[in-house]
Write a protein that binds this ligand. Structure first.
Ligand SMILES: [Cu+2]
Length: 143
């Protein structure tokens, strides 16, 4: 390989790494196990290391019939939840999903889940980026 080709390759590699670093990331992802076919809640923290916003628009998994993004709200002392169609992550921002706030709602299990298991969910962003995130299945009493 000549030196021009080597330089080009290094530049491409740097760009690719830059893109990989700037993409949204997930930490502390878990699902609260419940018996039967009750809808399950999933929690995670989304990080956006990029200088531009990224917007989460959908979550998929073959393990569930439907997954929605929800937000819990207390309205005049009554707890309610609301579906969220788009969740924007500000540049260098993060959003924590946690009990009483944002959560994923997982409906219709395709197979039984057990505590201690890890399941993978696919997070879909509006620019077409897809992020595979492992979620730990924790006991019903987990906080
Ligand atoms: Cu919900």
């Amino acid at each position: 390989m000549n030196s021009a080709a080597k330089r080009l390759l290094l530049t491409l590699l740097a760009c690719w790494q830059g893109v990989a670093l700037a993409a949204p990331q997930v930490s502390d992802a878990w699902i609260r196990w419940l018996p039967g076919d009750l809808p399950l809640a999933g929690y995670l923290t989304l990080h956006n290391p990029d200088a531009r916003p990224h917007t989460l628009v959908a979550v998929h998994s073959p393990l569930f019939r439907r997954i929605e993004i929800h937000r819990s709200l207390a309205q005049s002392g009554v707890a309610r939840m609301q579906a969220v169609a788009r969740l924007e992550l500000r540049p260098q921002g993060q959003v924590s999903f946690s009990p009483g706030g944002y959560h994923l709602m997982l409906f219709g299990r395709a197979q039984a889940l057990r505590q201690g298991q890890t399941v993978e969910l696919l997070l879909q962003f509006d620019d077409g980026y897809q992020l595979r995130a492992p979620f730990a299945v924790r006991p019903a009493t987990a906080r």
